[in-house]
Design a binder for this molecule. Sequence first.
Ligand code: ASP
Length: 342
Amino acid sequence: MIKQPHILLIYTGGTIGMVKDIDTGALKAFDFNSLLTKIPELRLLDCSIETISFEEPIDSSNMCPKYWGDIATIIGDNYLDFDGFVVLHGSDTMSYTASALSFMLENLAKPVILTGSQLPIGDLRTDAKENLITSIQMASLQIEGKPVIREVGLYFEYKLYRGNRTTKINAEHFEAFESLNYPHLAESGVHLKVNKEHLWKPKPNKKLILRTRMDTHIGVLKLFPGISRPICEAILTSKLIKGLIIETYGSGNATTEAWFVKLLADAITNGLHIVNVTQCAGGRVNMGQYETSSQLKLIGVISGSDITTEAAIAKLMYLLGENIPRNNFKTIFETSLRGEMS
Ligand code: ASP
């Protein structure tokens, strides 16, 4: 007899877990222990579900590496007992968490699906039920007793994406996420359609390793016309910073002003890891394509290729946390570790 998939639902907070108080009309946290009573549809799913909740659910604006570590640890502690994991999370920083978890869960070979909603689960027009139910179905998909999804995914509004490829692009639409540089992994229509060729294939028979050390001595500098020298200087000469993402124009271009290039070159000589990520939502960094990026290549700026800023932040924290030696850092950053870049 084929065993029903066993799914662990991890509730961290966010809009999805809210219901309206009938008396006051105010939104309040939903008691996840009574999930099955409140959403009877879950009983129709062909899987068994257990739930675990953050003691104090949070708005995802308060998400941080400590909580990422808590989620990764819950998954690690329960890894052998469950076939899949669904993480309920506020949508605002869900792409950051999905990216961070992808690095923290080395050799992951089971589904970890993040989802949330734009409207609370208790709202009449909520998107929460579909997102929750289909995420559980995605996490339950198996072929010959083996999970189909073996990576960190993000499910929202009928699409499953690779989590570390996503960005929240809309604060109001139900279709709140995009993955412009990588095709979606699955789609929910009348049937669940999985794009098998795009799924992550983990190395076989490797043990899950938790990598929860994240070094937060990093920064993001978004370039804009008129960016001032003293402000760049303050950031690039700070003794606190170990890694910096520069969000450049187009295919990785920046001003060719001599002071700017020299500041970057000196910072790199002094040990700062500088990563070039484009401000464009889609496309990739290609240093050397234009004169305005040739210098960056020459001085040793790391190419972020088509990585999102969210994934670059998580990857930088992760590699710094792992104390990757300086001479390997650029090569490792420029290598796709969890399918986060092409
Ligand atoms: N502010 C909420 C959060 O990210 C929004 C949401 O849940 O979608 O926690």
